[in-house]
Design a protein. Structure first.
Length: 158
């Protein structure tokens, strides 16, 4: 699954923009299967009301262990490709970027598509070496229909 993706392009985007498009990762059926899990409260360890933290409207849940098979497989396959970059980012000597204009990126994904993003900081090469820049993420308001997103966290995937 993850091996057929264009990892060179995705990792290059992660370094240059803070995100890399992976392309279609899940079939429509797989998306529907994962979405159906959301109603099974016993599969989740916690639920976050986004409005409470001023993240917007909606909620998200964290899967409890053990993760569903598809999620666990994705997590390990994707992390095996991302771990080299993650290691490089944690070994960098970083400094806070001076005040600068923020840059926005919009990533439009279709059902089953995936993107890998940094969720807090990313290194940027400047004239004096690498420095750390803040990186925030969010989603556009939903005007109609429903949105279900599978977020896979890698900080403890090794």
């Amino acid at each position: 699954m993850a091996k057929a993706l264009d990892w060179n392009q995705a990792l290059d985007g992660l370094w240059t923009r803070g995100y890399g498009r992976l392309g279609t990762l899940l079939s429509k059926r797989q998306c529907e299967d994962v979405r159906a899990l959301y109603q099974s409260t016993d599969l989740f360890r916690s639920r976050v009301d986004m409005a409470r933290y001023r993240f917007g409207r909606g909620e998200y849940q964290y899967f409890a262990n053990p993760l569903p098979n598809l999620v666990e497989r994705l997590r390990h396959e994707l992390y095996s490709q991302l771990s080299g970059t993650a290691t490089q980012w944690t070994l960098l000597l970083l400094e806070q970027q001076p005040r600068a204009q923020s840059i926005g990126h919009s990533i439009r994904l279709q059902q089953g598509d995936a993107a890998v993003i940094t969720t807090r900081y990313r290194p940027v090469k400047g004239s004096r070496g690498f420095h750390r820049t803040n990186f925030r993420h969010g989603v556009s308001p939903l005007l109609s229909g429903e949105r279900y997103t599978l977020g896979i966290i890698f900080h403890d995937a090794a």
